[in-house]
Design a protein around this ligand. Structure first.
Ligand SMILES: Nc1nc2c(c(=O)[nH]1)N=C([C@H](O)[C@@H](O)CO)CN2
Length: 122
C-alpha cells in the first residue's frame, strides 16, 4: 500500500496525569503514516487527487494544541480518529512521543494503527 507520511510534527500543549502538568505546556512530537493510493495524483500531477500532508499537519497541530487530555494514549487515539474522519485514508499510524517526560530518556510514548471501515487487513 502507498503511504503519505508526516515526520516529527512538534506541538506545544497541556498534557499529563499529574497536577503540575495541568498548568504548563509540553512538547509532543507526532510521526504519522497514512495508507493512501498515490497513483491518481502522480498520474495527473494533481494536488486535488493527493493526500495534502500540509493541510493534514495543520489540522493535527490545531487539535493537539486546543484539546487537553491526560494520557498520550488518548491523544494518539483522538488524532487517529480525526484523520480517519476528515481525510480519505485507508489507514493511519500515529506514533506520539513526549520527549521530556522521563529524565534520561530521549522520549516516551505510544504507537497505534487504525483502519478506515472495511479496510482492515488481517
Ligand atoms: N502509558 C502512559 N504512562 C504515563 C503517561 C501516559 O500518558 N501514558 N503519562 C505520565 C505522566 O503524565 C508523565 O508524562 C509525566 O512525566 C506518566 N506515565
Amino acid at each position: 500500500m502507498d503511504k503519505v507520511f508526516v515526520q516529527g510534527l512538534e506541538v506545544l500543549t497541556t498534557i499529563g496525569v499529574y497536577e503540575w502538568e495541568k498548568g504548563i505546556r509540553q512538547k509532543l512530537r507526532f510521526d504519522l503514516e497514512m495508507g493512501f493510493d498515490n497513483h491518481p495524483a502522480a498520474a495527473d500531477d494533481d494536488i486535488h487527487k493527493a493526500l495534502d500532508y500540509a493541510s493534514l499537519s495543520q489540522k493535527v497541530a490545531a487539535y493537539a494544541e486546543q484539546n487537553h487530555v491526560e494520557l498520550v494514549e488518548t491523544m494518539a487515539e483522538r488524532i487517529a480518529q480525526l484523520i480517519l474522519a476528515e481525510f480519505p485514508v485507508l489507514s493511519v499510524k500515529v506514533r506520539l512521543t513526549k520527549p521530556a517526560a522521563v529524565p534520561n530518556a530521549a522520549g516516551v510514548g505510544v504507537e497505534i494503527e487504525r483502519f478506515a471501515a472495511g479496510c482492515r487487513i488481517s
